[in-house]
Design a protein around this ligand. Sequence first.
Ligand SMILES: Cc1ncc(COP(=O)(O)O)c(C=O)c1O
Length: 451
Amino acid sequence: MREKYYEIASKRLIPPFALWKEIEQYGPRIISKGKGVYLYDIDGKEYIDAMSILWVVNVGHGREEIINGMYEQMKKINYVSLFGGYHHEKALELADLICSILPVESVFFSNSGSEAIETAIKLVRQYHYINGNPQRYKIVGRWHSYHGVTYGALSVSGIRQNRNFFEPLIPGFIHFEPPYCYRCPFNGVYPSCNLRCADDFERLVENEGPKTIAAVVVEPVMSALGSVYAPDIKEYYRRIKQICDKYDIILIFDEVNNGFGRTGKFFAYEHTEVIPDIFVLGKGLTSGYAPLGATAVSKKISDVFKDWMFVHGFTFGGHPISSAAAIENIKIIQNEKLYENSHIMGQYLGKRLNELYEFDIVGDIRGIGLHWSIEYVDDKKTKKNIPSKFWVAAKIEKELFKNGVYLARASVDRTYIAPPLIINQDQIDFIIQALKKSIYSVQKDYKSLVK
Ligand SMILES: Cc1ncc(COP(=O)(O)O)c(C=O)c1O
């Protein structure tokens, strides 16, 4: 059977964000089972899931409460569409629950983070149109940010390699610089830089014409760039919000990865003193038991749609099984206060990760809660990059897998670490040991190559 699966993988399934050739060469890594923080491959070998698969499985694998909730719903009815004013109980209960855990008035459901971002973009464009400001159509994002892969989500994202093949992207999407202290785009050093990166937003708005700007989309703790957040996160977002208020721009927080306990608070906006107009949710909303995205909006936005149809919707948005999963998942996070464990274990993980600075190729280690990253470099002093063709993060990820740790690979020169929020110290110790072993071995290879 195993061989059969290998053949299918090399022929039949186009892999997302992976080299097909590589799968042919090494064989697919088939994950068959999961329980708690552990995964088991097709041969029964055990791994610690150090990435919640993809910043998703916050409550851990195999939670009976969620499985039962989904099963009960499935027995009642498998599918109801929310189109045209129909409802089902679970979507209503979930909308109410989300409005009780976030400072929002109402919610729109989709199936993924990308769709929830698309929804936010379309909501604000229609919002400004209804308010008599159709010229306010521009959406601001930050360079190096990831907000998804559909055209709107990709256009607001700022990762060059993801954009190359698909340009031209949607007109009217513009970007400013992120608060990336390790490689400050302004060559500044905090605090003497006076958070120039926040002011870069205002510069962009002024240059573009403030009355043309609809919204700005930011991920409070930037995932793809490697757990990047402003050194004074409160002051940074106070300034971003001040600029939004000054020019009447809608503030959107992408909490697809950050939300549901990941950063050591229930939601990442709690690290700031700012409440955005829109929250974008996905991933940890159901912990991956079923696909679901949500765009949760303030009263200011909600009220405008009381008399106007939102001309938008996904067939499966707010699916009853996904809604049932989300409800049980949120209850677990609340009852077990998993955001607190994320904070406590996050501090321990951070302390242990700091030991990795002993390696020459480890340039920077940063994170918050259970959202951590390692950035690799050729030279610590100059911060020179390791050539991308060496695929350093991929090599380390492969070594880790051999050493019993699963890490999704999403970057050329960064390792992301984001285990389920139920993780304990012993399990973190296991991950650190495996990281040490794996980095040691890849560093040795790299050094022998560049000699
Ligand atoms: C911050 C952020 N926003 C949006 C998305 C898109 O979510 P999805 O892959 O569910 O479409 C992702 C996915 O990784 C993400 O990290």
